[in-house]
Design a protein around this ligand. Structure first.
Ligand code: ADP
Length: 706
């Protein structure tokens, strides 16, 4: 036992002692199990070998999964020698280590001067002959490294040493593999931590300049470099422009443009892959013009693309690491930052766009000549524009404690109970009077619309000043009334003049003269009826009471209407069929107005009926009302239009040929006149079969005869 642990160069193992081998194995595995640091493990393995197998120096080359050198160590007489890479690369290529890697077999070189596998070190320095053993480090068939021991005494190593080193090699292989994995996971953890730290910093702001600055700071810290710069691709994707930079020459860097494909940055943007360039000045991709412009001396560069939604939008360049070279973790860390940067930059750009759109809408809102309020569903004011403040006479602050109902009468018939008519994005409008500052009143048309603001339903009220329009409407109506009114007496004179003429016409006079006179009389009567109806309409619209309702026999009114329309019916060979039930009570009515209602309905029936058809004009009692009707066999009215035709200017479109002349005023007059009497009017109709216009008049309380 003592012989093993305390073994010194030369006397370690001479002859394979099974017991010693076992002890050695236990010892080696115990020694190695406690270390995880790769360098430490390598050093321990070599020292254990030198102690127990014997030798002057030893080395280990660690290989990665592809058989390429990952790390290495040389120990000479208890001392670790740094900077071994070049030499070991050589032996791995042409020397003994290369043979072991290829054959996965231990090798015994009794005398280096007499073995072809041993190659002189580069530079041709001839070394003195020695003896060497080398073994593959195999962990479950996987080659993780090559262990070599050298003894200055040729012929020193024997087959026994070889089997011993093989056994140690097998043990060491697992320790090396574990340490390698550990180192890798440490490195990955380091990368993850660096990226995670950058992530929280970079995503903390939405201001583009701030975001760019943070990206630079994070890169500088994570990679420990002298300078960092960031370039973004122009919208056309053809050039990179440097937008941000740190370091001594940062001011000169900003604004510089390079074409896609130009320089290392352009190469990265074009390829979409990151790169580490250890010696920029001697790299063909390097574009010295930027250094010339800025006066900076670039040595080593790490550069990665910045991506947003899979697209390259720019690059980050890290220059001159403080240790002179980038290490293996730097590129993945920078790539991680590149990915974060893409998302952060895109968010910041979208945010900027949104902000400017918001500002534009804010201006539109503020500068509108309409007053605009935004309220909750109860009408409590949340926002008001300048015009609203001006009209109401309160500043926005005070308006926030008010409700729209405070300064106008809301039309709940239009809005619906609890604003029901505004649901699902519908809008309504109505007219009202706004109580403005200093008791002013503004006639307004109000448009109310429900909007969703940040997921919450709110109401938008737009108030348009219609004072001027109202004034003009009033003026026009007054003017029209005046004209209708003033038409009446000259028309009456014409009618009576024509009457006199007719009476004075000798009975034996030429019948042509009589018929011309008849036409003149009928036409004048029509103009007279029209003028009266228009005057009534404008009066009733202005809210005035209707003419002179008094008890009147319905049969008489029907008769008068039939007489007035008889000539028109004759011309179209249409039969007018009176159907007034006998013994009806009198109706409370202005006979002249109701006669004109009936004439309107009969004239319409004539207008929309074919030759030879029949029109029935009847009346019957229905409770406290007399129901009058005009029934035709004409073209009928589509269901959709049956209510609308009673509105002013409403006409039914029945194809190019079906239209007749008319203004759509007749039925509007009928409705106003009937409703003014306390009755109702409606139509029942089937397309192609005919229409029945029905209206009611209250039965007169007095004079109820049979
Ligand atoms: P006008 O006849 O001057 O167009 P009205 O107010 O009298 O205006 O009628 C409105 C519309 O109703 C008409 O244009 C016509 O389309 C429809 N209408 C009215 N009466 C009838 C009817 N008896 N048969 C078919 N359509 C009718």
């Amino acid at each position: 036992m003592a012989a093993i642990t305390a073994a010194s160069e030369g006397d370690a193992v001479h002859g394979a002692n099974p017991r010693s081998s076992l002890d050695l194995l236990v010892h080696v595995s115990r020694e190695l199990a406690s270390a995880l640091d790769l360098r430490l493990v390598l050093e321990r393995v070599i020292k254990l070998c030198l102690q127990n197998v014997g030798g002057g120096s030893g080395s280990i080359i660690v290989l990665d999964d592809n058989g390429l050198p990952l790390d290495s160590i040389i120990v000479v007489k208890d001392k670790v020698i740094q900077e071994t890479t070049e030499q070991l690369k050589f032996t791995l290529q042409d020397g003994l280590a290369g043979w072991v890697r290829k054959n996965r077999q231990p090798a015994l070189v009794a005398d280096t001067s007499a073995d072809a596998r041993w190659q002189a070190t580069p530079g041709g320095k001839q070394s003195s002959p020695k003896s060497v053993v080398a073994a593959p480090l195999l962990a479950r068939e996987r080659l993780v490294g090559i262990l070599t021991l050298t003894n200055p005494e040729p012929g020193f190593y024997t087959e026994d040493h070889l089997s011993l080193i093989k056994i140690i090699g097998e043990q060491a292989a697992f320790a090396v593999q574990n340490a390698r994995l550990y180192a890798e996971s440490q490195r990955n953890a380091g990368i993850m931590t660096a990226i995670a730290q950058s992530a929280s910093a970079i995503s903390a702001s939405l201001q583009l300049d701030q975001v760019l600055q943070t990206i630079l700071e994070q890169t500088t810290d994570a990679l420990d470099v002298e300078a960092v710069s960031l370039a973004l691709l122009d919208p056309a994707g053809s050039a990179l422009a440097f937008r941000a930079a740190t370091g001594k020459r940062s001011k000169q860097v900003i604004g510089i443009q390079v074409a896609l494909g130009q320089g290392i940055a352009g190469w990265v943007a074009e390829r979409g892959e990151g790169v580490v360039v250890p010696d920029a000045q001697n790299d063909p991709r390097f574009y010295p013009a930027v250094d010339e412009l800025t006066g900076y001396k670039t040595q080593a560069v790490a550069c990665v693309p910045i991506r947003a939604r899979g697209r390259v939008i720019g690059v980050i360049e890290a220059l001159n690491p403080s240790g002179g070279v980038f290490d293996a973790a730097d590129l993945p860390v920078l790539e991680g930052i590149g990915t974060l940067a893409g998302t952060a930059i895109e968010h910041a750009q979208l945010f900027a766009q949104m902000e400017s759109a918001r500002a534009r809408y804010r201006e539109l809102f503020e500068d509108s000549i309409d007053a605009i309020f935004v309220t909750d569903l109860q009408g409590n004011i949340l926002e008001a524009n300048r015009q609203a403040e001006l009209w109401i006479g309160f500043d926005e602050e005070s308006l926030h404690s008010m409700n729209v109902h405070h300064f106008h009468e809301a039309d709940y018939r239009t809005l619906g109970k609890d604003m029901a008519n505004l649901q699902n994005g519908r809008s309504v409008s109505y007219e009202s009077i706004l109580q403005g500052q200093g008791n002013t009143q503004i006639a307004v048309e109000i448009f109310v619309h429900s909007i969703i603001v940040e997921g919450v339903e709110q109401l938008q009220w737009i108030l348009r000043d219609i004072t001027e329009r109202k004034r003009l409407d009033q003026l026009r109506e007054d003017l029209a009334s005046m004209i209708y009114h003033d038409l009446r007496s000259p028309l009456a004179n014409v009618v009576s003049g024509l009457d006199v003429l007719q009476m004075m016409l000798p009975a034996d006079q030429d019948p042509t003269i009589r018929s011309v006179l008849d036409i003149a009389m009928r036409s004048t009567e029509r103009v007279q009826r029209l003028a009266n109806s228009l005057l009534d309409t404008s009066r009733m619209e202005a809210g005035q009471r209707i003419g002179n309702p008094e008890p009147n026999a319905v049969a008489d009114i029907v008769q008068a209407a039939l007489e007035a329309t008889a000539p028109g019916a004759q011309a179209k060979e249409i039969v007018l069929d009176p159907a007034v039930v006998k013994g009806l009570p009198k109706a409370m009515a202005d006979a002249e107005m109701i006669r004109r209602v009936l004439i309107n309905l009969i004239e319409n029936a004539l207008k929309y009926s074919e030759h030879g058809k029949k029109i029935t004009v009847g009346a019957k009692r229905n409770g406290d009302f007399i129901e009058l009707y005009v029934q035709d066999q004409g073209r009928g009215i589509p269901k959709a239009d049956q209510e609308r035709i009673f509105e002013k200017f409403a006409r039914v479109q029945m194809g190019a040929t079906g239209n007749t002349k008319g203004l759509g005023l007749g039925l509007a007059y009928c409705k106003l006149a009937v409703e003014g009497h306390g009755g109702e009017i409606w139509v029942e109709s089937e397309l192609g079969k005919g229409s029945r216009f029905i209206f009611t008049l209250p039965v007169a309380r007095t004079g109820e005869l049979k």
